[in-house]
Design a protein around this ligand. Structure first.
Ligand code: PMP
Length: 360
């Protein structure tokens, strides 16, 4: 068996010990005589798996007691509708800060449910930065302010938590949750698809402050009503049981590594390797403003796009896959989530050096 260095933006690389454990437990979880996939979500075995995953998430992120953790389905694109359906009703208006393609998707969807004010946007600079907080035009009557903490496609990330003057802050953390410590109490709601840092696709995590429950628009489907899901411990409908189990294994693994401070240090070291190389290269470039560069997704372009295909082919031959950039931005993108080992980034930089020497 040989595993590649997988730079996919998601679904993405998972920690190998997690995959091995899932494989070992595939036919018989913990002496139950069943695969987790075969268990009733209401049985005592799965209830224990579910409770442990939630407890680990609470511990790692330091989630305060007045927040609910919901394990849902529908992904972050689903949440683009589910968030306004649940929250916008309080005032009918919401503020969105647009820093890229995912925040654009979020605000376009929210327009179906209320009045959206684009409080700030970096579209004028092709989404290569986060607009400075003092340029945001926030509406004090907004039901919430929505941001995307890490724009997966163009690699732009917040390295600060916006102050929204008491209006609940909502963040799409799909591509950087669990990559660093955060102060959950600064947010009203956090949502994330699991398939980058947390586990397989199919699971969507929502962390929501208690006072934001119970404001759903009457049209909200019951399965997507946060209050109902909170009242039913995320079991109003059948939750994505196997994805929750694997997420639990990932969370246990993150805890064993030393928790989020240790994970952040590792992520910083990996990103620095690649950015340092890009910054001295005259052949490769990254266009994101220095202070807003993502530690998770690093897009880069070759000086000559005619060489893109040869670059990708050479990478593939060396066991490095999924480096092609998103079709919106072109070029390349290295997604280096928690589970990407530093050896993967070292191998990539070494290959880029060789490629530059040959073609530069
Ligand atoms: N938001 C962000 C920041 C993302 O990275 C993604 C997926 N790449 C999405 C939303 C959409 O996620 P999904 O397709 O799981 O709904």
């Amino acid at each position: 068996m040989s595993r590649v260095f997988n730079f996919s933006a998601g679904p993405a690389v998972l920690p190998e010990p997690v995959l091995r454990r899932a494989a070992a437990e595939m036919l018989d979880w913990n002496g139950s005589g069943m695969s987790v996939m075969e268990m009733s979500h209401r049985g005592k075995e799965f209830i224990a798996i579910h409770a442990e995953a939630e407890a680990l998430l609470r511990e790692l992120l330091g989630i305060p007691g007045n927040y609910k953790v919901l394990f849902m389905q529908g992904g972050a694109i689903g949440e683009n509708a589910i968030v306004p359906m649940n929250l916008i009703g309080r005032t009918g208006r919401a503020d969105y800060v647009s820093t890229g393609d995912w925040s654009e998707r979020s605000l376009a969807e929210a327009r179906k449910f209320g009045t959206v004010n684009v409080a700030a946007t970096s579209q004028d600079t092709n989404f290569t930065r986060i607009p400075a907080r003092d340029t945001w035009r926030l509406d004090p009557g907004a039901a919430y302010v929505h941001v995307c903490s890490n724009e997966t496609i163009r690699g732009v990330q917040y390295h600060w938590t916006p102050d929204t003057a008491g209006v609940p802050l909502v963040a799409d953390m799909s591509s950087d949750i669990l990559s660093r410590p955060i102060d959950v109490s600064r947010y009203g709601l956090i949502y994330a698809g699991a398939q980058k840092n947390m586990g397989p696709s199919g699971l969507t995590v929502v962390i929501v402050r208690d006072d934001l429950l119970g404001h759903a628009l009457p049209i909200t489907p019951s399965a997507f009503d946060y209050r109902l899901q909170a009242e039913h411990d995320s079991m109003y409908n059948t939750p994505p049981t196997y994805a929750i189990y694997v997420a639990g294994l990932v969370l246990r693994h993150v805890k064993d590594l030393g928790g989020l401070p240790a994970v952040e240090q590792h992520n910083r070291a990996k990103a620095k390797l690649l950015y340092d190389f890009l910054d001295q290269s005259r052949f490769f470039r990254n266009e994101v403003a220095l202070q807003d560069r993502s530690l998770m997704n690093i897009p880069f372009h070759l000086k000559d796009t005619a060489l893109d295909a040869a670059f990708l082919k050479g990478a593939q031959d060396r066991g490095m896959v999924q480096l092609k950039g998103h079709r919106i931005s072109g070029g390349m993108r290295a997604s280096i989530y928690n589970a990407m080992p530093i050896e993967g980034v070292q191998a990539l930089v070494k290959y880029m050096q060789e490629f530059e020497r040959e073609h530069g």
